[in-house]
Design a protein around this ligand. Structure first.
Ligand code: SAH
Length: 256
């Protein structure tokens, strides 16, 4: 194993450990998960739902509390899936909610198997348009997709935030362009709404403050851990200063 790879693996397990300390691994909230679900019709006890890039499953448990049917939740990181399945068991949901390790680039579903594909703050890992196109075949005709994705709220923005996002995720775009991509990828754009700012502050960055202290205590004198915390604090600071220019939006779409 090359030295680079072992350093990379070490960082990777630190990143998992850090984010596993949190209820969610991306911006969102129970209220907004339920709001997105309110646009979806026709689910019943036989419905098959997938939650892609589920993390430790904060949003999956909310979804399972309201939506009938069974949920297969998938994430690349085994540590997240272990926690996911522990929490599903504790919540008494394990008869119809199951976490599996896998990649969103090679989903283990059959064509037209699913009634609903859910994915909060995760489709960017494969890219919004590519994910929409590749995941479509797993949906039954008339099946739904609900994904949240980073968007620009304005036509132009200060250079500092533009530079940050273009480096982090060059596919970030305006809501109007994203809706057009939904349509072009073979879906009816049923609803789009912007996640309120509390999804970033109260539900994402604020819980990280205590998690950061705990994490740094667990890893004193560890440069990679200190870097990770510094980066997360930088992101929170950017959101505080530039949150009016970008955010997450939910896209609810129906396969046509
Ligand atoms: N949906 C959760 C987690 C969002 S963070 C929430 O809203 O809280 C993005 C998640 O995508 C992480 O859990 C990460 O492990 C997962 N991920 C990244 N690349 C992936 C891939 N190729 N396949 C599956 N999951 C992936």
């Amino acid at each position: 194993m090359s030295e680079d790879l072992s350093i990379h693996d070490f960082d990777y397990s630190l990143i998992c450990e850090y984010f596993a300390l949190l209820e969610r691994q991306g911006p969102g909230s129970p209220a907004q998960t339920l709001r997105a679900l309110s646009f979806i019709e026709g689910l019943d006890a036989d419905s098959r739902i997938a939650d892609i890039g589920c993390g430790t499953g904060g949003q999956t448990r909310v979804l399972a509390g309201q939506a009938p049917g069974s949920i297969t939740a998938l994430d690349l990181f085994p540590d997240f899936i272990h926690r996911f399945n522990d929490k599903a068991r504790q919540a008494g949901l394990d008869d119809r909610v199951r976490g599996i390790v896998g990649s969103m680039e090679a989903l283990p579903f059959a064509d037209e198997e699913l009634d609903l594909i859910w994915s909060e703050g995760a489709i960017y890992n494969v890219g919004f348009e590519r994910g929409l196109r590749e995941w479509r075949r797993f949906l039954k005709p008339g099946g739904y997709l609900a994904v949240s994705e980073a968007c620009w709220f304005t036509e132009s923005r200060p250079e500092e935030i533009e530079r940050f996002w273009v480096e982090a995720y060059p596919e970030i775009d305006t809501l109007a362009n994203k809706v057009q991509q939904v349509q072009r990828s073979g879906y009816l754009p049923v609803a789009t709404f912007i996640l309120p700012a509390q999804c970033w502050t109260e539900h994402f960055y604020t819980p990280q403050v205590a998690a950061q202290d705990a994490f740094l205590r667990l890893h004193p004198d560890n440069a990679a851990a200190a870097d990770l915390v510094r980066e997360q604090r930088h992101e929170a600071d950017l959101y505080r200063r530039y949150g009016q220019y970008y955010g997450y939006a939910f896209f609810i779409a129906q396969k046509c």
